[in-house]
Design a protein. Structure first.
Length: 136
């Protein structure tokens, strides 16, 4: 074959690779958009999710127990909440309080003296209660 034909084959191969790159980039961009679109969560009716606009920065609810049933009777969703354990409280109670009462989409500040966060009641608060808990 003459050298001109070889050049023609190379040109076609180069054109194909550019076209393939464009298709690949377009496909990758479409995939990225579909992944990002899936990140948005819809809120189901009756869900206790607190929107950022529903946060009450003016009210501080202070509690001394980590138990969700007791906290739910004192605080409202979206309020700043401060857990100040008593002297007899174990070190794990701060973690229990955070897991049971804090909206973990927002910042949580935990120190040996207490834990501060945005309150979000858990759905199973009544399931964790015992008759003795409700009385205290």
């Amino acid at each position: 074959m003459p050298p001109a034909d070889i050049g023609h084959v190379v040109d076609i191969g180069f054109f194909m690779s550019v076209q393939m790159k464009r298709i690949f980039v377009a496909g990758l961009a479409g995939f990225a958009l579909s992944v990002l679109a899936g990140c948005q969560q819809s809120q189901a009716p009756g869900n206790h999710m607190t929107a950022a606009s529903d946060i009450d920065q003016d009210t501080l609810c202070q509690v001394s127990t980590w138990k969700p049933i007791n906290v739910a009777s004192q605080c409202e969703a979206g309020q700043k909440i401060l857990y100040r354990p008593g002297d007899e409280a174990g070190s794990e109670q701060s973690a229990l309080f955070t897991a049971a009462n804090c909206d973990l989409r927002f910042s949580v500040s935990a120190t040996p003296g207490g834990t501060a966060c945005i309150y979000r009641p858990i759905r199973s608060a009544n399931a964790l209660a015992t008759p003795d808990d409700a009385a205290s």
